[in-house]
Write a new protein. Structure first.
Lengths: 328, 323, 328, 323
């Protein structure tokens, strides 16, 4: 029983699909190119396609609005569709089916819409403005949705299990730069990571970083770097963005008195604004320094390496902020 | 003329059509008298479509009716009480005061899916229900409706295409009532018959007289039979006319009066009643009694709905998420 | 020359359209039901339809994605389309044409997309979850768009003139509860209200309210109410949400030391979060109390009067917060 | 066979097709050698469509080419230098390193509109250009392209409908290359010919052999002539085959090899060259020279593009907004 075997982030997602489709005949997968021998643009659904075939892993025409809409209907009939949008960027094409229909239905007339949208997000891999987006803020602002964003292989699996079992529409942002670059321990079996519970990725006492997705790793790198200079950084991996575990955040800030919010998405009116606003309000008396935010620049995500690198938050940017805030 | 309708079914249809019209008229009257809340829609002129199509469905089939389909909700078992209470924002309304007029009138125990304003969002939802039936190999079908305006929307086409390629048991009734709000059909599209849009996706298509309840019933029943046999989706274009404004506030001054008077001749409710009188299934007396029954039922519903309590704001944040 | 003649908020919008279509033959109006003798669901375009006819006031089929997309092409050819989405709620149907095409084009290859989307937003008039939305946060988060939200008849006219003349895509949120209920002085002529400049709607010294749209008026009411109790409230009407005039906000907070952010949209990850986060960061040393936010509840907007009233921010809610913050 | 093409035009077409193929091949080779940045697309097999359609346009006409339409960009005057520099993310590339591969290759001085990934967003944009021409009563037309995959998308239908009802001078060439990424056409739609989707909106429709450059040219020219006469939009379905993977990383193992070898026989570039040799417009020697010219031009472009500087990150936040 190798409870600590390591998987890539991608394989962890694929394993969650396998586990859950094995457990529950109501779970099915749908999206562009997910099926057949191909198994998805990133091959995340290759194993379930091979194992379960076209009845349960369905190729869809390039019509996101309709197939997410169809998932709404399937879910109302008790199925649990797991939808892949080929890139998170294309989730905007399905917007109405998500924010107008799925998000509001339970509140209005009690119909439960238990689907998951898997959205391969984030950049750093020279994919340009339309294959690098982090659009989670749109959905965090929309009542009735849940939004999760795993940073580790263990949570990639655990949160996907939880999302599939959840009786509500859940948008699951997977960070594609981590797909094959990140490996980590992943429990066997089918234990879910509860939605709405943050994880302390590193303990520390001088300052708290609140982050999620790929920037968890950049933050840990920065924390390590400034750790050598005697700055003790606590890193909170939010994991769930909606609902958000503000208790864990506030407890940490109460301890450290300082907070830096980091995400890959562009900054203006991003999820980081919500986190910063909550801290500023609820931890007002605890704060020894202003709450700062780091995010992508407020520009379309550029393609060329020097531009994309300048666009993205780096461990160096994070470390610089940590140093400034600690000596505030 | 349908061979599948026996006398009692024909009388039932007469009852549902008259009930629909009576409730519709009553709602219009209440709102004009200032007894309404927010806006509301009339489906006057659409009764043959909404009742005929709904009546062709089996209990296990799923329907996703729209804003002109009061008759379909009624046929499927949603009571005038709950519908009216909803329109008045009451706690006992289908949505407990959360959604307006006919929006959101969903009840899974009756296999009715509620709609949102964003047209035609009910189409893919109904398709998804149909795909669920396929997935589980159940002999059920899903029925939904769309307007002429909706037939221009991309989602209409995406849904038909997906239904066709999945061979899903979906029936879409297009209620071509000549207008989308103030916009006449020739300013919306450059085709004569919406049914040509079925062929664009490999969906079976048919045109019916939308003011002839049996024509609608027969076409939908046949489509359902085909769908249950695994022969895929159908689109039925029912030609009719919206007899009042787009919604209660709209006087529809932009509609030529001649068009309305022309269509008034073909009123689907009286036409059906007259036919049953001709056929001897109704007499002037039994018809009058039926109409009176409907009036009584609607009056009782109004009394119930007006007396029913408004929802308590205390519960306002519950139920955003399913447990 | 009646420089101070009063107009309703709605007539001020209609006047801006008339002025600008008279001045510039490249300006045209398009949308559902805007033309003919009808002139729009709210009759905002009735006067231009009567005056300029179908060549310049174009009825569109119910296909928002395509007609905003077509506006992108018209704008690239040098026209200046002013698009009406029938309700702000339906702007989600046109999402890709706005956030993917219009917002990114100038940055990517220099094509300028000078359109305006007029989005009748906000509730309080028993219109239910799909005719009452305030979706500005989605667009404020999107780089490449401008977003404005007038609160007064004067700005309704002035900001629309500015938006039409701006060489970028501008989403113009008009508050439909103000259409006929609000009357105010509107300058004649064609002077624009500059985009990106906030307005001090009321001067005060104890606390700053930062708001926009219909809640400007609720805030003024609350300010008046607590004014009688000796609390001096400054009310900032942001007018532009993107770009945002943070200087005016920060100057005011530097003076008052207290800030309350108010908007009609639901709170979580709303525009108020961005405002609060900026204040919390940049005015950290000035703050004598935490920055608080008021917004709609995080639920779909309910229809029934007691529910909608409980959903919405009221002057009473604002006054209560003002009292609390001032005695912090 | 077209009567409108004189000898020099035919030779020009041969040049553009060969240049397109040579540049395409060179890009594929560079990327395989690790000399590329990010991903990129091949339009191999699409040259008759992209060149033929582009060549039929007048200078004042506007084109919105897509990711398989390298030939159209070239014909319209975008130099291999600027295209390659763009693909390598260089400052001198069309987008200054801001957009990737063929995305965003817009240049208003050449009447080319750039595209975004979200398919088929260029369709309404091209329609808007066409509507602007109508608005200003200019005799210009707008041309854009869409794939078989895109023809399922709602926006495809919304655009055709709006074009028809506005009677706009829009030409849409559907490049039916049998696949949308890995998904074969029979899993995408239940129809045989995409051209039936023109009839769903009252748009003139035609099928052409997408590997025959003159067939494409003629059809587009005729559509343009009709459009300039005020006879509205056209859809031309050009049947072809995507000869490589969806993008550089994709080996397209899901495509039956027999399908590829069948279509290889009909290679649009060599077919045209052979025809001109048959017609006596080219000799084996002049053809070889033409091919060499193309190679030289592409090599020079590669040298230029590889040497060109990357953009300076200092300017990264400028130009989000137009002044
Ligand atoms: C996406 C979208 N845009 C705009 C509207 C506003 N709207 C409500 S009904 C309607 C007209 C619908 O016409 P049609 O589909 O013909 O149905 P009818 O009302 O005539 O039955 C419009 C434009 C909407 N509901 N959805
Ligand atoms: C709305 C949207 N969804 C998904 C994608 C991802 N994607 C890029 S190209 C493509 C297939 C397109 O097929 P087709 O239209 O036939 O064009 P082809 O590539 O075959 O020329 C897909 C699914 C996209 N670009 N846009
Ligand atoms: Mg209609
Ligand atoms: Mg294709």
């Amino acid at each position: 029983m190798t409870d600590v075997r390591e998987l890539t982030y991608l394989d962890a997602i694929a394993e969650a699909l396998l586990v859950e489709m094995g457990r529950d005949p109501d779970v099915l997968v749908m999206g562009n190119d997910v099926g057949g021998s191909f198994g998805g643009a990133f091959k995340v659904t290759k194993r379930v396609s091979d194992e379960f075939g076209p009845h349960r892993v369905k190729n869809m025409p390039m019509t996101e609005l309709a197939f997410v809409g169809a998932a709404n209907g399937m879910a109302l009939m008790g199925l649990r569709p797991v939808i892949e949008v080929q890139f998170a960027d294309f989730i905007s094409t399905a917007f109405d089916s998500i924010v107008q229909y799925a998000a509001t239905t339970h509140y209005r007339w009690g119909g439960s819409v238990p689907w998951v949208i898997r959205a391969p997000s984030d950049g750093g891999i020279r994919s340009g403005p339309f294959h690098s987006q982090n659009p989670e803020a749109w959905f965090v602002h929309t009542p009735g949705l849940k939004v999760v964003a795993p940073a580790t292989p263990a949570d990639a699996k655990g949160l996907l299990l939880a999302a599939i079992r959840d009786n509500n529409p859940v948008v699951y942002f997977e960070a594609k730069p981590l797909y094959r670059s990140l490996r980590g321990p992943v429990p066997e079996g089918d234990e879910a990571t509860p939605i709405g519970v943050a994880r302390i990725a590193r303990e520390g006492s001088d300052i708290t970083i609140i982050t999620y997705g790929s920037t968890v790793h950049d933050s840990l790198r920065a924390a390590h770097e400034v750790g050598n200079e005697g700055i003790s950084v606590e890193v909170i991996d939010l994991r769930s963005l909606k609902p958000m575990d503000t208790d864990t955040v506030l407890e940490s800030v109460a301890k450290t008195g300082r907070a830096l919010v980091v995400h890959a998405a562009n900054r203006m009116a991003g999820v980081g604004a919500e986190i910063a606003a909550i801290i500023a309000e609820k931890a007002f008396a605890d704060l020894d320094a202003p709450v700062r935010r780091l995010g992508g620049l407020d520009i379309p995500i550029p393609f060329s390496p020097p531009l994309e690198d300048a666009y993205r938050v780096s461990p160096g940017d994070i470390a610089a902020q940590l140093r400034e805030l600690v000596s505030w | 003329m349908s061979h599948s309708l026996d006398s009692s079914a024909k009388l039932n249809i007469a009852y549902w059509m008259r009930l629909t019209r009576t409730l519709d008229d009553a709602i219009m009257a209440m709102w004009k008298q200032g007894r309404g809340v927010g806006g509301t829609f009339s489906g006057k002129g659409h009764e043959a479509i909404s009742v005929g199509a709904g009546f062709a469905m089996g209990t296990d089939d799923v329907v996703a009716p729209m804003h002109r389909d009061l008759g379909c909700y009624l046929v499927r078992g949603l009571s005038p009480d709950r519908i009216l209470a909803n329109q008045l924002g009451k706690a006992e309304g289908v949505t407990g005061g959360r959604d307006a007029n006919l929006h959101g009138l969903g009840d899974l125990s009756l296999n009715i899916l509620g709609f949102v304003s964003h047209l035609p969002q009910s189409m893919p939802v109904a398709l998804g229900a149909a795909m669920a039936f396929q997935y589980r190999e159940e002999p059920r079908v899903a029925l939904t409706f769309a307007g002429d305006g909706s037939s221009n929307a991309g989602l209409f086409h995406e849904t038909l295409n997906l239904a066709a390629v999945q061979n899903a048991p979906l029936i879409v009734v297009v209620e071509n009532n000549q207008y989308a709000y103030s916009t006449p059909i020739h300013e919306q599209m450059a085709i004569d018959d919406i049914v040509v849009r079925a062929a664009a996706h490999g969906v079976a298509g048919e045109i019916v007289d939308g003011n002839d309840v049996v024509a609608v019933y027969d076409a939908v029943l046949e489509a359902a039979t085909r769908a249950r046999r695994g022969e895929g989706p159908s689109l039925i274009e029912a030609k009719t006319m919206r007899m009042l404004g787009h919604a209660i506030h709209d006087g529809a001054e932009y509609v030529p009066r001649s068009l309305l008077s022309e269509w008034k001749e073909r009123d689907p409710v009286t036409r059906w009643e007259e036919r049953l009188v001709e056929e001897g299934l109704l007499t002037p007396e039994t018809l009058a009694r039926l109409q009176e029954e409907c009036r009584d039922e609607v009056e009782a519903a109004i009394e119930y709905a007006e007396r029913a309590p408004l929802p308590d704001a205390a519960g306002i944040t519950t139920g955003v998420y399913a447990p």
